[in-house]
Ligand binder design. Structure first.
Ligand SMILES: Nc1ncnc2c1ncn2[C@@H]1O[C@H](COP(=O)(O)OP(=O)(O)OP(=O)(O)O)[C@@H](O)[C@H]1O
Ligand SMILES: [Mg+2]
Length: 260
């Protein structure tokens, strides 16, 4: 497909979905751990094809929010909607099968399995019993993340960049429509994070909607058209990266830490 045709079809898709509503939405989501309220009435709408960056200080509730979107955590109040369907009471596996998946902040590959086996297992889990289809998805995912060359290496033998790429490959093998990335750039060198950035942009160009939590704001700015800032369990800013980074409430949320 040429870039022009792809752009035309994506803008048609975006326009079409704009009429139909957001691909992913949280409405007044609150989450507690015991007596501690970690998310307070969080509402967010993500449109098909967007690449949204989520920022916020440590402990803001970013990972908890992703956990709630994918069904690892259940809100005490509020709803999560995916492709117009209320999925609040669906399991994580159901949401994954429909195309909503996240990567983990701390990659936890199966250490004694090879890279290929790790990705294949993710594909089998997402696509049910068809091992042939799962095999194809696994190979496609490893091709995209440029990991075919290390496909026979065991999880425990991988360095940080490869563990992050494996985490991404496992998510891709489920054929996501919406991909939630939790600090996938953290701890990488400049060159490594640029490599990852190119992969993530290419996924977005392929039509995958991406929501990306990242502390490395300059990296996120290179990819995201919109920033959302979470602080103390609430969304305190939502807009263009320039608007959000210039917002005094965002600056003061980071006081005591720093906006890198
Ligand atoms: N399973 C849990 N049980 C109890 N408290 C938790 C649990 N998970 C997270 N928390 C608390 O909830 C708050 C939000 O945590 P969360 O991990 O969502 O923050 P975050 O914005 O992702 O932070 P970071 O930038 O450090 O990854 C923190 O105070 C954290 O200690
Ligand atoms: Mg986190």
């Amino acid at each position: 497909m040429t870039a022009a045709v792809r752009d035309a079809s994506r803008s048609w898709a975006a326009g079409h979905l704009a009429e139909e509503g957001p691909v992913l939405a949280a409405c007044d989501v609150s989450v507690s751990f015991g007596a501690s309220r970690v998310l307070n009435d969080v509402s967010l709408e993500v449109r098909a094809g967007e690449l949204v960056g989520i920022i916020g200080p440590n402990g803001a509730g970013k990972t908890t929010f992703f956990g709630t979107l994918v069904g690892a955590l259940h809100p005490v109040t509020g709803t999560v909607t995916f492709e117009g369907v209320d999925v609040t009471h669906q399991s994580m596996a159901q949401r994954c099968r429909h195309g909503l998946v996240r990567t983990h902040q701390i990659p936890r590959p199966f250490n004694d399995m090879t890279v290929f086996e790790n990705v294949f297992v993710a594909a089998v889990n997402a696509h049910g019993s068809s091992r042939k289809v799962a095999y194809q998805y696994a190979i496609e995912a490893l091709t995209h993340t440029d990991m075919l060359g290390v496909a026979n290496r065991r999880g425990k033998e991988l360095g940080l960049l490869d563990r992050k790429r494996l985490e991404l490959s496992r998510a891709l093998a489920t054929e996501p429509k919406v991909l939630l990335l939790d600090e996938i750039g953290g701890g990488l060198s400049e060159g490594e994070s640029m490599e990852l950035l190119a992969m993530i942009r290419a996924l977005n160009d392929r039509g995958i909607t991406i929501v990306w939590i990242e502390h490395m704001v300059p990296l996120l700015r290179k990819a995201a058209g919109r920033f959302v800032c979470l602080h103390q369990g609430r969304i305190i800013a939502d807009g263009s990266p320039d608007e959000v980074m210039a917002d005094p409430t965002v600056t003061s949320a980071y006081l005591g830490g720093s906006v890198k």
